[in-house]
Design a binder for this molecule. Structure first.
Ligand SMILES: [Zn+2]
Length: 92
């Protein structure tokens, strides 16, 4: 499998490390005292079937975090974008 780093280009997946679900949103300041919101943020994850947005780290390259939109069924990489972009912003 090849992954396209937004900065380095196409590289072997062995250079990268998975960083988790990129769709999880930290509780807002108004939700900070809500134990259920923190429980959801820390422990509860979806198990998506199909396209999903994930964090990946180029450990043996530029050491940058970025978002990968990947199909969990076929493992196809649909797009990659820098960490401060959404997958719909730019295709790599
Ligand atoms: Zn890179």
């Amino acid at each position: 499998m090849q992954i396209i780093c937004p900065w380095c280009g196409e590289r072997s997946y062995e250079e990268f490390r998975y960083g988790g679900d990129a769709t999880v949103v930290r509780p807002t300041a108004s939700e900070a005292a809500d134990d259920d919101a923190w429980h959801e943020y820390i422990f509860v994850r979806d198990n998506p079937y199909g396209p999903h947005e994930e964090w990946w780290y180029h450990a043996y390259g530029c050491h940058q975090w970025f978002r990968v939109r990947r199909d969990t069924v076929t493992y196809e990489i649909l797009s990659t974008v820098p960490a401060n972009h959404r997958s719909g912003d730019r295709q790599a």
